[in-house]
Each structure stands twice: as C-alpha cells, then as structure tokens.
Design a binder for this molecule. Structure first.
Ligand SMILES: Nc1nc2c([nH]c(=O)n2[C@@H]2O[C@H](COP(=O)(O)OP(=O)(O)OP(=O)(O)O)[C@@H](O)[C@H]2O)c(=O)[nH]1
Length: 130
C-alpha cells in the first residue's frame, strides 16, 4: 500500500487544486498536491517537501482530515489529507498539467481521483457545518 499525503491549501477563500499530467498515473484527474511519504519522514515534513518540489511554495500544515484508504485497479493507497495555509506566493507548476485556485462551491464539478472524493466532501461539510 502507498502512503500518500495531500494538502488542501487555502488562500483568500480559495483552494489550490491540481490536474495530473497526461503521462502520470490517473492521467488528467484532479487531486490535492502531495506525494508519497519517505521512510522515516513525518506526514507534515512529507507534505512541506512535496509542495515545495511540485509547486515551489511554502505552507503551514494545519488540521488533519480523515485518512482515505482506496483500492484502484492496480494499486492501493492510504491518503492523508491536511488543511494548510499558503505562506508564500509565486506558484511554479513543475509536474502537473495545471494548478488553479478554485472556490469551494465549485470543487464538486471536477473529475477527481477517486480517493479524493471523500476528502472533498469532508472539507465542504466542515466549511458548511463548522
Ligand atoms: N499527490 C496526490 N496523489 C494522489 C492523490 N489522490 C490519489 O489517488 N493519489 C495517488 O497517489 C499516488 C502517489 O502520489 P505521487 O504524486 O507521489 O505519485 P506519482 O504518480 O507522481 O509517482 P509515480 O507515478 O512514480 O507513482 C499517485 O499514484 C496518485 O495517483 C492526491 O490527492 N494527491
């Protein structure tokens, strides 16, 4: 099983969402940026490292949401989501097809990686219910 972190990065009431490139696994699906946890690395350190590598920005890692275990046809992941805050601007998108800031209300209209769907729903219900 792959252990993967992902960041719901919030800034000015918008969330950063990323589209996987055509050559990655799950091509062109939308996801929250992040990646695989390396041996001995904390989830928070993994997330800060991956976000710096993929997007060239620094984040403050905040509240964890519920981890999602998902079985894709060829691999299984456990995805650990964290709500994060942007600490530096200047996005440099190095791996994804695109990264965009989107209103929470529009998140459900994207074609998400399947493992991310429960995370989007939990994030939205927290926004509505506090
Ligand atoms: N970063 C990230 N990965 C996700 C999310 N949802 C999801 O199913 N994944 C899956 O988790 C796996 C690990 O993420 P990764 O970004 O380190 O892997 P990768 O595809 O770039 O590298 P790889 O092709 O060498 O496996 C990917 O296969 C990806 O499909 C998500 O929200 N964020």
């Amino acid at each position: 099983m792959l252990h993967v972190t992902c960041a719901i990065i919030v800034n000015n009431n918008k969330v950063l969402i990323c589209q996987r490139s055509a050559t990655m696994k799950l091509p062109l699906k939308w996801e929250f940026p992040g990646g695989k946890i390396e041996p001995g690395e904390s989830k928070e350190d993994c997330l800060r490292r991956e976000i710096r590598e993929e997007l060239g920005i620094d984040i403050a890692v905040g509240e964890p949401l519920t981890p999602v275990e998902h079985h894709y046809p060829t691999f299984t992941i456990c995805l650990y989501p964290f709500v994060c805050v942007l600490e530096s601007m200047e996005l440099q998108v190095t791996e994804h097809a695109q990264a965009i800031w989107e209103e929470a209300a529009a998140l459900l209209s994207y074609d998400w990686a399947e493992a991310d769907v429960p995370i989007v729903n939990e994030y939205l219900s927290k926004l509505i219910n506090g």
